[in-house]
Design a protein around this ligand. Sequence first.
Ligand code: 2HA
Ligand code: ZN
Length: 270
Amino acid sequence: MDNNKLLAQEIAKIAEVASYLWQRGWAEYNGGNISVNVTESLSEEERKVEAIGDKVTLPTILEELKGSIFYVTGTGKRMRYVAQSPWENGALIRISECGDYFEVIYKNCIKPTSELPSHLSMHNYLKSIGRDCKVVLHTHPTDLVALTHSKQWLDSEAITNMLWSMIPECRIITPRGVGIVPYQIPGTMALANATIEQLAKHDVVFWEKHGILATGRDVVDCFDVIDTLSKSAQIYINAKMAGFEPEGMCKKDLDDLVPAFGLEKYYNEN
Ligand code: 2HA
Ligand code: ZN
């Protein structure tokens, strides 16, 4: 595993994104967590290495993730240190062949994020509906969390349309819009289940008064999605601070992006 270049590339991208989360001010204290399915980066042999940690029972059987391997950030670890030393602040875990427990297999026996059961249930769900998802990224962007403190924006359609209408890129990068989950205690399966409900229709979910969760194929892409949503929120908030209501792109300008950028496929699902 020490000489696996594909794995090293994945881990380098995770470290890169962890540094962005810290630099952006989205990762105070131990805020945020990352899980990435790296199974395809490992050889058959590497997938079978002996565990270095105990078996930890999962709350539900993960049918879709049997034998899968994830890099996960560690519980209580700081993103700024994940950026510097991903193997001191995260580990590879393997889901058992029956999908009923996980165990740490590499490189240090780091205890995974408190959100691990919820991340895994999201990976499991997205795989079950055929969505090409390898990454769950959770972070605390100040501007986006600020919006979730207003009842006005705790509405998926309202906040999606507002954020989309600030810059064209926003709709292009989040064609399924954003889902909203009312406040729940962090790390609970209640929060995970409410998030999964929203992931059926969206790739990005806002957790009221807490943070954002993005899912996708690539950890850098997930960062870009949150970064673009944050840019829209900053434009909105800046206009409000300057004392005017931002006009926003009109519906026609937003709708014209659909054929121009081939977004129809996202609206013809189900
Ligand atoms: O890992 O952000 O939601 C710390 C958190 C929990
Ligand atoms: Zn959080």
